[in-house]
Design a binder for this molecule. Sequence first.
Ligand code: GNR
Ligand code: NI
Length: 167
Amino acid sequence: MALREILRYPDPRLRKKALPVARVDKEIQDLVRDMAETMYKAPGIGLAATQIDVAKRVIVIDVSADRKDLRVFVNPVISERSGVFGVEEGCLSVPGVFEEVERAQKVTVRAQDQHGTPFELVAEDLLAVCIQHEIDHLDGKVFVDYLSRLKQQRIRKKLEKQQRLAM
Ligand code: GNR
Ligand code: NI
């Protein structure tokens, strides 16, 4: 197991579109383990492979209070969405920024788990938001893309400054 480095906005590598996983093999299982470790350590409630510079359609999520309910989504696809819901979102790739984004309140998602077994899940509220947030990452999107240009500009400046100071 290994911790992986999380890319920070506005890193252009966050814009890469992830490719479908052909087979859930040992390599993918190792990736899932590293992603879970990295998510728990951060700590965060979700992580997309894109955020650690791996262009594969793999997501891990744990929205539980006791952090013992890991969910793995390989090749996730949302087939139904309904309702409107928003929470203040944060992102491990955009540290220190929290803004509300309008999402579907309920989604039906199809994916494969860490064994390659297909499943379908109906998710609501925070879990639904997290699934949408993570699939966006796989498509090269970040939650700040939904904010005004002015807010995006401020966030970019703030994070670029942080990165300069950290060198
Ligand atoms: O840790 C995270 N918290 C969070 C809060 C509200 C909505 C979405 C999220 S996901 C985020 C982790 C992350 O960056 N995943 O990509
Ligand atoms: Ni994120």
